[in-house]
Design a protein around this ligand. Structure first.
Ligand SMILES: Cc1cc2nc3c(=O)[nH]c(=O)nc-3n(C[C@H](O)[C@H](O)[C@H](O)COP(=O)(O)OP(=O)(O)OC[C@H]3O[C@@H](n4cnc5c(N)ncnc54)[C@H](O)[C@@H]3O)c2cc1C
Length: 454
């Protein structure tokens, strides 16, 4: 097969040496690995289609891959086969100020698009924490979120059109640069969050917005996480839609301070970070109202950043949560159980109780405004009992999230690691429908087999 693949993409872009097979056997998900047979780097849609035709004929698994930053083992080739790396397809083809769209290949990194459009006074809002590394193809395939999701939505809300190659090698286009277009089923939406199981996306048309004039950032400390959660409800009920509403629990505040030394109050039970963007007058009004809401719910200290440098420092506290926790122990398991925002305090209390009962260190941070929590366990992978306890604890955390009308994943995807919980959330009929949809796109089941739709 290697020779056939080399004839399509060129011998330099087919790798079956030990180094490549090892590199592409894992992604950012801990503890999961699988050895591919070959790694292929196509340069364009025609090459992707030709590779898929070969794989389809031979019934060889194909795992599409961007930068491999996903946290659900979505790119782990656990059934071997071809890892199809799309990072050579990295052309930012067009930025249209008139149509407010960008057209690009899937291997463009999120930050490249965000910076290129910012230079023209435009905004591409989805900003996952991995934006300097992750690709737009990966963002769309996972329907990634970010710190601005509360106000601006998630990646799905910015996908206007997709070109994609089906398991058979056929090429389709769904949507385009139109704001309104209802011709046919909305397949571009179906491909958002499809995790490489339905088609390989080869071109994306993404919606842009005018950049806001300015932004404001503030922070509030609370004795208890419940007080912070009530402040979130009060802010949202007051008619403000903030651009940022993030929280850190006490474990995270402590680990961020140890790591970043930014003067956080480590005695606080919770830290809420809030922000708004828009015109300066409405920012001033909204920031004052958010500060009042925090004070009304017993904030022990509220601070509004008075300069861009101070604002960056406040946001750094949130962005440093994961890297700082991951310094505590060699193994970090980051999850993303999600609940309705009115149930955040209850969910965090469950997480803390479960962590105590399983004798685990779990810090929780996340997007308070949209109920997307990141309980993060840190442990030693050599301690097999701790690893077993962590798996059991997360099983309980997901079950609790579902009891609270939540989800097993808000933004990181199902991948390999959460497939066993999917039916618990969706039910058997729903999962069966996913399988039939998968079969329509990929009749021989070659695309990312053993994951969504399998
Ligand atoms: C430090 C860190 C911070 C993170 N922060 C966030 C965050 O704030 N919000 C968030 O939502 N996620 C976050 N993530 C998770 C991850 O970065 C995102 O899921 C990201 O979108 C993955 O992009 P990628 O290019 O790395 O995709 P990969 O990991 O390579 O692939 C992800 C999935 O997409 C599929 N895929 C990739 N490219 C294509 C394509 N062209 N066509 C079809 N399928 C494709 C793959 O098969 C796989 O299922 C974070 C991860 C890390 C490590």
């Amino acid at each position: 097969m290697e020779a056939e693949l080399a004839a399509i993409v060129g011998a330099d872009h087919v790798r079956a040496d030990e180094g490549a097979l090892l590199t592409f056997s894992t992604d950012a998900t801990p503890l999961e690995r699988g050895r591919p047979d070959v790694v292929v780097f196509p340069a364009n849609t025609e090459e992707v289609a030709a590779v898929l035709r070969v794989a389809n004929e031979r019934r060889v698994p194909v795992v599409p891959r961007g930068s491999g930053t996903n946290l659900s083992a979505g790119t782990v080739p656990h059934r071997g086969g071809i890892v199809l790396v799309l990072t050579r397809m990295n052309a930012l083809k067009e930025i249209s100020e008139g149509d407010l769209v960008a057209v690009c290949e899937p291997g463009v990194r999120t930050i490249e698009l965000a910076s290129a459009v910012a230079a023209r006074g435009l905004l591409f809002p989805p900003d996952p924490g991995s934006q300097t590394t992750a690709t737009l193809g990966g963002n769309v395939a996972e329907c990634s979120g970010g710190l601005r999701a509360l106000k601006y939505g998630v990646t799905r809300d910015y996908v206007l059109g997709v070109e994609a190659v089906l398991g058979s090698g056929e090429v389709i286009r769904s949507g385009g640069r139109l704001v309104k277009d209802v011709a046919g089923y909305d397949l571009r939406r179906l491909l958002c969050g499809s995790e490489g199981t339905l088609a390989v996306m080869t071109e994306l048309t993404l919606r842009l917005m005018p950049a806001p004039e300015a932004s404001g950032t503030g922070m509030a400390y609370f004795r208890e996480l419940g007080d912070a959660a009530r402040a979130v409800s009060r802010v949202l009920a007051s008619g403000i839609l903030p651009v940022t509403l993030e929280f850190l629990d006490q474990v995270c505040i402590g680990s961020v301070e140890d790591f970043a030394h930014i003067g956080l109050d480590t005695s606080a039970g919770a830290l809420l970070i809030f922000g708004q963007d828009g015109d300066p007058a409405s920012i001033e009004r909204d920031m004052a109202r958010m500060a009042e809401a925090c004070e009304a719910e017993g904030a022990t200290e509220v601070r509004l950043a008075s300069s861009p440098a101070e604002a960056a420092e406040v946001l750094e506290a949130r962005r440093a949560a994961l890297p700082s926790l991951s310094r505590l122990e060699p193994l970090t398991i980051l999850e993303d159980a999600t609940v309705p925002r009115s149930r955040i305090a209850e969910m965090v209390a469950h997480i803390q109780e479960i962590a105590g009962r399983y004798d685990l260190k779990i810090g929780t941070f996340g997007h308070a405004g949209d109920g997307n929590l990141h309980p993060t366990a840190v442990l030693d992978p050599a301690d097999e009992d701790a690893v077993r306890r962590a798996h059991a604890a997360f099983g309980e955390i997901f079950a609790r999230a579902l009891e609270l009308d939540g989800s097993i994943t808000g933004e990181h995807g199902v991948g390999l690691v959460k497939l066993r919980y999917l039916e618990q959330q969706l039910g058997a009929d729903h999962v069966a429908l996913l399988r039939r949809i998968k079969a329509a796109f990929d009749p021989n089941g070659i695309l990312n087999p053993g994951k969504l739709g399998s």
